[in-house]
Design a protein around this ligand. Structure first.
Ligand SMILES: C[S@@+](CC[C@H](N)C(=O)[O-])C[C@H]1O[C@@H](n2cnc3c(N)ncnc32)[C@H](O)[C@@H]1O
Length: 215
């Protein structure tokens, strides 16, 4: 029997995408643009410890690596992390380390971070409030959270077969972040993804939200 229920994109899905991920120039440019906006919005420094959650192949972290101290690149997909490990070795990026981690299922690391960045991953996490609380707990007092994701859309970005959040309403996400203990939420549009839908090109803006855990 077949089911028309939308499916979640699991680790196996991303394992299969990992080897080709960096061949997509849109993904590359998106990582660069988000990194640039983070550099302009957060006072980064070389003693800052960072977590990139749902790092994929590290397209956000690699452009930030010279501005930061230790960076933990965490993802639930082993395939993505294998690519990250190869890139770390090839570039001699001694301050970067991959970690297989799903914060919905695994215990959080004991370490606390000065910065958490996450790009295009929040819409894959079913319980937004829960992950925001976990991010809050993982940050040092005064630490920064940077979330880049899709603005609210009608579901056409992934299509009806896929079970994800249809982007985020900025005011709603800001309220949820405040409930999780964050303050100073700021939003900016950092990128736009153009996709063909039913023969027509359509733009999906990507926001960057920056926020802080209380000092
Ligand atoms: C759309 S990709 C974005 C990858 C990368 N951040 C980028 O911007 O190119 C989403 C990533 O989130 C990861 N992911 C999805 N759910 C996750 C979870 N619960 N825990 C950790 N990683 C997750 C996927 O394996 C995938 O690498």
């Amino acid at each position: 029997m077949t089911s028309n229920q939308p499916i979640r994109l699991d680790a196996a899905h991303f394992d299969n995408k990992a080897r080709q991920w960096d061949e997509n120039p849109v993904f590359q440019e998106r990582g660069q643009k988000i990194a640039q906006a983070i550099r302009e919005s957060v006072p980064l420094h070389r003693r800052m410890s960072a977590l990139d959650y749902g790092c994929g192949t590290g397209l956000l972290s690699f452009p930030l690596r010279d501005a930061l101290g230790a960076i933990l690149l965490a993802d639930s997909s082993r395939g993505m992390l294998d690519v990250v490990a190869e890139k770390i070795a090839a570039q001699g990026a001694g301050n970067m380390k991959p970690l297989k981690l799903d914060l919905l299922a695994d215990p959080p690391p004991a370490q606390r971070f000065d910065l958490i960045v996450t790009s295009m991953t929040l819409h894959h996490v079913p319980d937004t409030d829960h992950i925001l609380r976990v991010f809050h707990d993982l940050l040092q007092p005064g630490g920064y959270l940077c979330i880049a994701d899709l603005d609210r859309e009608d579901g056409s970005f992934h299509g009806p077969a896929v079970d994800v959040h249809h982007g985020f309403d900025r005011a709603d996400l800001s309220q949820r972040a405040a409930q999780a203990g964050f303050s100073g939420m700021q939003f900016q549009t950092v990128f736009s993804i153009t996709k063909e839908n039913a023969g027509a090109a359509r733009d999906y803006p990507v926001f960057l939200m920056t926020a802080r855990r209380a000092a």
